[in-house]
Design a protein around this ligand. Sequence first.
Ligand code: G
Ligand code: G
Ligand code: MN
Ligand code: NA
Length: 254
Amino acid sequence: LGIEQALRHAVKADEFLLHYQPRVDTRSGELRSMEALVRWQHPERGLVPPLEFISVAEDTGLIVELGALVLEKACSQLAEWRRMGLPLKPVSVNVSPRQFNSDNLVSTLTGALARHAIPADLVELEITESCMMSDTEKVSASLAKLKAIGVRISVDDFGTGYSSLSQLQQLDVDVLKVDRSFTRNLADGEQSQAFFMTIVSMAHILDMQVVAEGVETVEQLEILQDLSCNEVQGYLISKPVPANEAEQFLRKKL
Ligand code: G
Ligand code: G
Ligand code: MN
Ligand code: NA
């Protein structure tokens, strides 16, 4: 069976689950939110990581259905944690370009929120920089509709696309997630740090929070504290974990 066929079947059979990776305050280490990352629970191959199927899903258009499943699962998980009496934190969900440009994202999202009675500000949509910067007018209109629902918006993998500063200034986004390639370079020296600091200043001027992705060492964390980066995410804090482990983060066991 080709991967496309298998994926089509998997969407119908709902063979997906979400792992969660915490995002914490850079200084206090307190949990701020969690990123939902999809995994394919394949009956024979076990847990398949997204790198092996997201691009196929994107190319075939299956990502629209898969993305809807992911939003549904994120909202359903939040509702379950609420039933357990846990203090909730926002969950961020990755939105692919095709999903972002599809006409039914708004109805899919409002449907999932409503079915589980989840306040919109508990959901954040991560949209990659390259997707955001394609057609500024169209993107602004789409973002306005999403913001009207009340969800938060972040720019994912920032620094790997090619946004102009004027585009960035026009976009109504809440969070800038700086790509992990910039985090990796932080310990190299002054220039990398100054560069990162400039991104932080720019984001703050534009009223955006800054998240450093891929934080793996204490040294990187300490530099990011000095640079006033708001939040960090990465293996130093935790790798993405199943829902039952993520639940412990909500219980303040991070
Ligand atoms: O979880 P992992 O680090 O293996 O994720 C690899 C890539 O897959 C990342 O770029 C991530 O953004 C993407 N990804 C993970 N989950 C989803 C999802 O639900 N939807 C989309 N569109 N991309 C996802
Ligand atoms: O593109 P996006 O930012 O959504 O990618 C999330 C991906 O990054 C996931 O596949 C996740 O497993 C991975 N990731 C998360 N933290 C780290 C880290 O500290 N180092 C590395 N190398 N990858 C990470
Ligand atoms: Mn992401
Ligand atoms: Na990213």
